[in-house]
Design a protein around this ligand. Structure first.
Ligand SMILES: [Zn+2]
Length: 341
């Protein structure tokens, strides 16, 4: 696991958002005819995962004939909202390490033991990209088109949740606020980070229970832009720099979406095409290269922080000196203590 955590980039918020926007445009209003999978794994026996064969039988029955209302995102989970008769439920897909979802016309060849699904003749060439051939889950729609999940390492998760259970499902537990929500103000950001004052800023930024959706790529890029060392302790970062980090985090996530996600690794959009955010990297996977910050003579270096590779500038991202106790702290302390009158 650890060894390839260094080489494989997991889809982060911008990639999931790009997929969700694409799916919403293509499958909203369509009716699901059938589902197929070859995930089958005894490790998932008895779990509410399509990797468990009996669960998949149930899943397939439940979704056949259902209509797609819309496609949403909660953190890095894709939520396909469906309706069948009076019952509303949600197909949850988490792409995990190497999964990505595509849409198109596919042909099934039952004589092939491996990779029986391939893009139908005449489909766009991008769907035949070598990263797109590991198809382990397929939905077939009333228009004969398919949603497929290509997942080289087979870590992705697909399950079905009745809408009545959405609020309490374990699949959506321990998720921090979403940085793309309007309610995600600087105060929310600061409050979330400061729950882990002794944590290293990169590790805390990437903790999905602190903030949803930021992973290795976007944390490196946000810290480079804010001029913060990835190992800086959260409690040691002054407000001014935290504000910079808040702004740069939002900036890189939005830029990631504008560029259609990051495809330095496996990620492809629903047309099987690469995103372009990897061309915007200033830090991630740029070890040994000169820093791009105007006037900075530094070099990008790589260091393992909290089990993940951090990429940062050796010059403009230095550990801060210990912050002298500011007047702010004693004032806050005094005001918190009720003085005897
Ligand atoms: Zn620099």
């Amino acid at each position: 696991m650890t060894a390839f955590a260094f080489t494989v980039g997991m889809p982060e918020l911008p990639e999931v958002q790009t997929t969700v926007q694409g799916l919403n445009r293509r499958i909203s209003g369509l009716t699901i005819k059938d589902a197929w999978t070859d995930y089958g794994s005894s490790f998932h026996k008895g779990k509410d995962s399509i990797k468990d064969a009996p669960y998949f039988v149930f899943f397939r029955k439940q979704i056949a004939g259902a209509r797609v209302i819309q496609v949403d995102r909660k953190a890095k989970n894709i939520l396909i909202r469906i309706q069948k008769g009076a019952s509303h439920s949600t197909i949850l897909i988490h792409m995990k390490m190497t999964g990505h979802v595509m849409y198109g016309s596919y042909a099934f060849d039952g004589t092939k033991a491996r990779d029986p699904w391939t893009p139908a003749p005449g489909e766009r060439a991008s769907l035949s990209d070598p990263f797109n051939r590991f198809i382990h889950f397929v939905l077939t729609f009333s228009n004969s088109k398919n949603v497929v999940l290509s997942d080289m390492r087979k870590f992705a998760k697909v399950t079905l949740i009745a809408d009545a259970d959405l609020e309490k499902t374990i699949h959506l537990e321990h998720i921090g606020p979403d940085p793309l929500e309007k309610t995600f103000t600087f105060e929310v950001f600061r409050d979330r980070l400061q729950r882990r004052p002794t944590g290293r800023v990169k590790t805390v930024l990437m903790d999905q229970s602190v903030i949803a959706g930021v992973g290795n790529i976007y944390s490196d890029e946000a810290l480079w832009r804010a001029g913060l060392h990835p190992e800086e302790r959260v409690g040691n970062i002054p407000d001014l720099l935290l504000k910079k980090l808040y702004a740069s985090t939002l900036q890189v996530l939005k830029k990631g979406i504008d560029f259609g996600g990051d495809s330095m690794s496996d990620y492809r959009n629903i047309d099987g095409e690469r995103g372009k955010f990897q061309e915007q990297h200033r830090a991630y996977r740029r070890a040994g290269k000169k820093c791009d910050k105007p006037g900075c003579p530094g070099m990008i270096i790589r260091k393992v922080v909290g089990g993940r590779s951090a990429h940062f500038c050796d010059t403009h991202q230095k550990i801060l000196g210990r912050q002298p106790a500011k007047a702010k702290r004693p004032v806050a302390k005094i005001s918190a203590v009720k003085k005897p009158v």
